[in-house]
Ligand binder design. Structure first.
Ligand code: FDA
Length: 308
């Protein structure tokens, strides 16, 4: 409930202004975001790689309303891939990129986003790595999956994300697993209506477990994005049950969340990828992280009150 209220309130320009200018915000942003520039992203990637972790980089921003801006976001990714490659960080997909279709123009037209994503895929393939398309609010899912399916004819390892909270996701998993696609499975970070999504936590968790079973049982490459200890345990049991080699799937977690668990999993020989956001447009990302964890939110609200 609290989560839904916060996600809805975050659209208010007044709240945005208070949050982005409050001194208390900086420390929390720094715990979830690598920094403002591509150089910050490369520096954090270097550190994570040295600890044996894989990385997916996200240039923060979404809902781009302007053609030139959508194209500039794609340029930023291409430049980032060049910088990562120059340091040998992209080799074998060690550091890849995650792209939000609305950041590269999905709401300006599917063709606009598809062309920008195609340019990023071309740069990724040249540098020996991959691209994964993030999943956003439910209206964006169908066009995103369609773009991914079309581009996969040329860029076979273009990944996509399935949100367990959506009612359609089990069927999406069945179809994607059958085609051997790289699929990231997450719970879903957006506030969605009952008509399209499970809204009770236990229903979302049960849906995640069903999708997980389908993906782990299929011929694709599952990427299990969760910090939930129970789902991580189920994943490792399913890997044993399905005779999956350690390099045939990966765990994924967000930068700054459960870092000790990230290292523990990597030390067991599992592939563990950290999703690292960077850039100045961190507001929406931060709100989603605060909404996921009441403890963070309470701390943040207390700091905000004492600083505003
Ligand atoms: P849950 O929220 O139940 O958390 C389980 C435990 O993890 C908590 O008890 C706590 O210990 C810890 N935890 C979780 N969130 C925390 C936080 N913010 N701060 C501190 N601790 C926290 N969503 C989406 O809609 N589209 C997408 O493309 C992606 N992409 C994506 C990539 C990766 C790599 C990850 C890990 C996640 C996403 N997500 C996403 C976000 C995802 O949908 C979900 O909102 C969060 O991962 C939180 O859900 P959990 O599965 O971790 O479970």
């Amino acid at each position: 409930m609290l989560r839904r209220v916060l996600l809805a309130a975050s659209a208010s320009p007044r709240l945005r202004q208070i949050v982005t200018t409050a001194p208390a915000t900086r420390a929390i942003v720094d715990s979830y975001v690598a920094g403002e520039t591509a150089d910050d992203a490369v520096r954090v990637t270097r550190t994570l790689r040295a600890a044996g972790l894989l990385v997916s980089l996200d240039y923060l921003g979404e809902d781009t309303k302007d053609l030139a801006q959508a194209s500039a976001v794609a340029d930023e990714y291409i430049q980032l891939l060049g910088k990562l490659a120059a340091e040998g960080l992209t080799h074998g997909g060690a550091a890849e990129v995650s792209v939000k279709p609305t950041a590269v123009g999905l709401f300006l037209g599917t063709a606009v986003a598809a062309e920008n994503i195609r340019r990023i895929c071309a740069a990724a393939i040249q540098t020996g790595t991959t691209v994964t398309l993030d999943a956003e609010e439910h209206a964006a899912i169908e066009p995103t999956l369609r773009i991914a399916a079309d581009l996969r004819a040329q860029y076979g390892d273009l990944g996509c994300v399935i949100q367990a909270c959506l009612r359609r996701s089990e069927a999406d998993c069945r179809s994607l697993a059958a085609h051997g696609v790289r699929v990231r499975l997450c719970k879903g970070a957006y506030s969605e209506p009952e008509s399209v999504a499970f809204t009770a936590r236990r229903e979302v968790d049960a849906s995640y477990a069903r999708c997980l079973r389908t993906l782990m049982n299929g011929p694709g490459y599952p990427m299990l994005a969760t910090h939930d200890p129970r789902l991580i345990e189920i994943t490792s049991s399913l890997a044993v049950l399905n005779g999956r080699a350690a390099d045939s799937f990966e765990y994924q977690m967000l930068y700054g969340i459960r870092p000790a668990e990230q290292r523990r999993l990597a030390n067991t020989g599992a592939r563990m990828r950290v999703y690292v956001p960077y850039g100045g447009d961190w507001y929406a990302y931060l709100v989603r992280r605060l909404a996921e964890r009441p403890a963070n939110l309470a701390f943040f609200l207390r700091s905000l009150r004492s600083n505003t």
